[in-house]
Design a protein around this ligand. Structure first.
Ligand SMILES: Nc1ncnc2c1ncn2[C@@H]1O[C@H](COP(=O)(O)OP(=O)(O)OP(=O)(O)O)[C@@H](O)[C@H]1O
Length: 187
């Protein structure tokens, strides 16, 4: 059994790593789904209330709340598949929740790409890499994510995958790591 978590700054390539897993038949549990479900349970619209409900869940049930609520979803997938990938980890507290639940079977992967490449890939060009739709610059977004504890989560990673070359090269690295990581833990 292997549970693989993915961390990295905005635009580093976390979703692309999850896509590789899905293409390999590895189920992907997205922690955002927990928040979207909670929005619906509270009669709210996930599109507009996602951020507020994520914050409310953490305030009401502690900083590990979203990780805790994703555990049953992961366990359901583990009933069918030896490896499951978890996308959406935002903090060290969440990493600790997964380490507690899965012990040595939890492998944390960091995806890393330089700021300029992340800005380019997120199509944020011009002054201070501002996103015209949200009015938030990539610098601000990085700071917001680091404020949640993403920096500490990244420091806890077991493996780093660099994503500074082509998408095909990155996909190859992720495929290799998904295969080798699983084998290593089974040994
Ligand atoms: N090596 C690469 N070459 C070119 N484009 C890439 C590469 N890696 C990722 N991208 C593209 O960059 C964008 C950001 O990648 P992705 O969505 O995987 O990042 P993320 O870490 O999930 O970001 P976020 O935190 O914003 O959800 C996507 O459009 C993706 O297709």
């Amino acid at each position: 059994m292997t549970v693989i978590g993915i961390v990295g700054l905005p635009g580093s390539g976390k979703s692309e790593a999850a896509n590789v897993a899905a293409d390999m038949g590895v189920p992907v549990v997205t922690m955002g789904d927990v928040i979207r479900q909670e929005c619906r349970d509270r009669g709210l619209d996930p599109a507009s209330d996602h951020g507020r409900i994520a914050q409310a869940l953490r305030e009401e049930n502690g900083p590990g709340a979203i990780a805790e609520r994703s555990l049953p979803l992961i366990e359901d997938e583990l009933a069918e598949s030896d490896t499951v990938l978890v996308d959406g980890i935002r903090s060290d507290v969440e990493v600790e929740a997964f380490r507690e639940a899965f012990g040595e079977s939890f492998l944390l992967i960091e995806v890393d790409a330089p700021f300029e490449l992340r800005a380019e890939r997120l199509d944020l060009r011009g002054r201070d890499d501002m996103n015209d739709e949200t009015g938030e610059s990539l610098t601000d977004r990085d700071e917001r994510e680091l404020g949640f504890g993403m920096g500490k989560a990244i420091e806890m990673a077991d493996v780093t995958i660099e994503n500074a070359e082509t998408l095909a090269a990155f996909q190859r690295k992720v495929r290799t790591l998904l295969r080798e990581g699983a084998e290593e833990i089974e040994r």
